[in-house]
Design a protein around this ligand. Structure first.
Ligand SMILES: N[C@@H](CCC(=O)N[C@@H](CS)C(=O)NCC(=O)O)C(=O)O
Length: 251
C-alpha cells in the first residue's frame, strides 16, 4: 500500500520504506498495536511507505513485529522506528510537545504497551473459550497435522511470559481489577479533549489508540472488550484517532 495523502505537513524527501507487520486476524486488518501505531505515525508524517506482512514473528529480526525495511537495512521495534523517524524528519514526531507532555506521554505508553497490552494478549490466548479464535487467526498457516502442536507450544510460551511478567500470577478477578484501573486511567487522561495534547493526535495518541483498537475491535469480543465498552469516552477517543489518521485496525 502506498500512502501519499497530506495530513499535516508537505511531503519530505525520504528513502523508500516498507513497514513489515503481522497482518490481520480476528476480523482486524492490522492486529498488532505496535504495527498499527507505526502505520498511523508514517501517515501523519506524510511519509510514503509500502506495507508488507510477515505472519510468522519468528522470522522478524528480533522475533517481533513490526520492523521497517529502509536503506537495505531492517530496523526492528516500534519505539526504535519512532526515534529513527523523529531524526529523519528533524524532530517532527515530538514537535510542539513540552517536556512535561512528553513525560506524561511516555508514562501512558508504558501503561498501555507494557501492562494493558499483556492483559489483552491473555484475554485472547489464555481464555479457554476464546482460544479457538487464536488457533484459527494465527495458526491457519501451519499444516493441519501439526497445527494443534504448534499452537499449543506457542500458548505455553505466552502463559510462561505472562507468569514471568507477574500478571499471570493473579486470579482472573484480580486481573480484571488491574484492567479496570488501566482503562479508568486512560479514560481520565482523554476525557474532555479530542486528543491527549491538543487538537491533533501525535505519537502518544497512536500508541494508546493502537492498543485500544485491538481491544475494541477484535471479533468475537473478549472479556476485556466487554469491559472496555463501559469506557465510552475512551472508545470515542479511539475512534477519533483512527478517523483523523484514516488508519483503522479493523477491516
Ligand atoms: N517492543 C516491541 C513489541 C512488539 C511486539 O510485541 N509485537 C508482537 C505482535 S503484537 C509480536 O511480534 N509478538 C511475537 C512474539 O513475541 O513472539 C515493539 O514496540 O515493536
Amino acid at each position: 500500500m502506498s500512502n501519499a495523502q497530506s495530513l499535516t505537513s508537505p511531503p519530505i524527501s525520504v528513502p523508500a520504506m516498507t513497514l513489515v507487520t503481522l497482518g490481520g486476524a480476528f476480523n482486524m486488518r492490522n492486529v498488532s498495536p505496535f504495527c498499527l501505531k507505526i502505520e498511523m505515525l508514517l501517515q501523519s508524517l506524510n511519509i510514503s511507505f509500502d506495507l508488507a506482512e510477515q505472519p510468522d514473528p519468528r522470522k522478524a529480526p528480533k522475533g517481533k513485529l513490526p520492523y521497517l525495511e529502509v536503506d537495505g537495512k531492517t530496523l526492528p521495534d516500534s519505539e526504535l522506528i519512532t526515534e529513527y523517524l523523529n531524526d529523519l524528519t528533524g524532530g517532527a514526531v515530538y514537535a510542539g510537545l513540552t517536556n512535561q507532555q512528553q513525560a506524561y506521554g511516555v508514562a501512558l505508553a508504558r501503561l498501555t504497551e507494557d501492562h494493558l497490552y499483556w492483559i489483552m494478549v491473555a484475554s485472547r490466548w489464555l481464555d479457554d473459550n476464546w482460544w479457538p479464535n487464536v488457533v484459527d487467526g494465527f495458526f491457519h498457516i501451519a499444516p493441519a497435522l501439526i497445527r494443534p502442536l504448534a499452537a499449543g507450544a506457542a500458548r505455553r510460551q505466552v502463559r510462561q511470559t505472562y507468569e514471568l511478567q507477574g500478571l499471570g500470577r493473579h486470579s482472573i478477578s484480580e486481573q480484571r481489577g488491574f484492567a479496570e484501573r488501566d482503562l479508568q486511567a486512560l479514560e481520565y487522561a482523554v476525557e474532555g479533549q479530542d486528543f491527549l495534547f491538543g487538537d491533533t493526535p501525535n505519537i502518544f495518541d497512536f500508541t494508546v489508540a493502537g492498543v485500544m483498537s485491538g481491544i475494541y475491535d477484535n471479533q468475537p469480543p473478549t472479556w476485556l472488550t466487554q469491559m472496555a465498552q463501559n469506557y465510552s469516552k475512551l472508545q470515542a477517543y479511539t475512534e477519533r484517532v483512527q478517523e483523523h489518521t484514516g488508519i483503522y485496525g479493523r477491516k
